[in-house]
Design a protein around this ligand. Structure first.
Ligand SMILES: *Cc1c(COP(=O)(O)O)cnc(C)c1O
Length: 421
């Protein structure tokens, strides 16, 4: 084993890590490379990445095709502003995303993070009504257990009790955060709310089929279809946040396909570039877009992230879409699903295990209680990278993970959970 790299200790007093209590945070693990589903550590070891770098690394680390396309773009044009200028990668990507998405989701607005993509969707929804002359429609309906980002407008539509944002309660916009319509009572409650508040509600937003960062909670396609139908019937804008679920994660290219619903606006991010670079997109239907067409300049969408449509990121995204076309990703995801079902099943019924669930390339063991830090360290000792949150131990592996690595990943999850409870 070699010494920890010098840069780690030198930068440690200056870096502020995500979601970390810095007083007690342990030194993070230095990574120097990656290939496929594996991370190469500075000390020479490898970890099987069960998290795919926060659900982004669809094709694995350092896929040669993505690397080649980004390198080529770097040699010609790494970036140019989209305000008044154009480059091929962004225009091509917009066309390809519109072709890939169902219905008339035809207008792509780029940004650089998922939270901003959701902010843009909310702004589109509110301004849609303003442009149509309906004042006062600025409330959003979202769902308990949901997560839509860490910025202020998005915090206001996350699960209010989940804890991550509860400190800011008084500073956040008050929105309607309701139960998913899983049964007759909650379906009626949603219907009543949209009827009662129809003058104040601009949009309904939901993560389709899987609420990710709120706890990897699944719902049936019928529940999603019910939300879509209720929003339609009351004439409010229907927004899908596919930032986590998009690009194959739940077993279809987009989760919405499993319920046969098409939203007015969809948010994409995370795996959009195959994990290579930050990029997000907010895609609007023709009807939404047309409400912004006017002789009045004030009706335009006044938004424009500095790095929107960055050429390196768009080149990575185009390369990632190539790979979804050329390589058998959806078949791989089905195989991962079957393997995770078999591999995690032994955890069901263990003391302290509340639930075991699998959908697409997502495998979850939900516990009664959890010591996240201790578990994380145990996983690293076992050679896998699993980062528990809330009370769950989960995996969202890169789709190119080998059968052997996936088997080891699932077996290690069961083993570590068994010894911890
Ligand atoms: C991760 C995530 C976001 C936020 O994306 P960032 O890129 O972290 O800002 C929003 N919605 C969902 C469903 C997500 O999973």
């Amino acid at each position: 084993m070699s010494k920890p790299p010098e840069w780690l200790a030198a930068g440690w007093p200056h870096i502020w890590l995500p979601y970390a209590q810095m007083k007690t945070a342990s030194l993070p693990i230095p990574v120097v490379g990656g290939h496929g589903a594996r991370l190469k550590l500075a000390d020479g070891r490898e970890l099987i990445d069960g998290v795919a770098s926060w659900w982004t690394m669809a094709h694995g680390y350092n896929h040669p095709h993505i690397r080649e396309c980004v390198a080529r773009q770097l040699e010609t044009l790494p970036h140019v502003m989209l305000g008044g200028l154009a480059h091929e990668q962004a225009f091509t990507l917009a066309k390809r995303l519109a072709a890939l998405l169902p219905g008339d989701l035809n207008r792509v607005f780029f940004s650089d993070s998922g939270s901003v993509a959701v902010e843009v969707a909310l702004k589109m929804a509110l301004q849609f009504w303003i442009n149509r002359g309906e004042r006062g429609r600025h409330k959003i309906v979202s769902f308990k257990g949901g997560y839509h980002g860490d910025t202020f407008a998005t915090m206001a539509i996350c699960d209010p009790d989940e804890g991550m944002h509860s400190l800011f309660k008084g500073a956040l916009a008050e929105q309607f955060i309701v139960d998913l319509p899983r049964d007759a009572a909650t379906t009626r409650a949603l219907d009543d709310l949209l009827g009662r508040e129809r003058r104040s509600i601009a949009a309904v937003i939901v993560e389709p089929l899987v609420q990710g960062a709120g706890g990897m909670k699944f719902h049936e396609p019928e529940v999603l279809a019910r939300i879509a139908e209720t929003a339609r019937r009351h004439g409010v804008i229907f927004i899908l946040d596919e930032i986590f679920t998009g690009f194959g994660r739940t077993g279809t290219m987009f989760a919405m396909e499993q319920a046969g619903v098409v939203p007015d606006i969809v948010c994409l991010g995370k795996a959009l570039t195959g994990g290579t670079a930050p990029l997000a997109a907010t895609v609007a239907s023709d009807r939404i877009f047309e409400a912004f067409l006017s002789d009045d300049p004030a009706r335009a969408l006044m938004h424009g992230p500095t790095f929107m449509g960055n050429a390196l990121a768009c080149a990575a995204a185009n390369a990632s879409l190539d790979l979804f076309e050329r390589e058998p990703r959806i078949r791989q995801i089905k195989r991962i699903e079957a393997q995770l079902r078999a591999g995690l099943e032994p955890a069901r019924g263990l003391p302290g295990v509340r639930d075991v669930r699998v959908k697409g390339a997502i495998g979850v063991i939900e516990l009664e209680r959890i010591d996240r830090e201790a578990l994380r360290a145990r996983f690293v000792e076992e050679g896998v990278w699993i980062r528990p949150f809330n009370n769950i131990v989960y995996t969202t592996p890169p789709f190119v993970i080998t059968d052997d690595d996936l088997q080891r990943l699932a077996a290690t999850m069961v083993k570590v959970v068994r010894e911890s409870t």
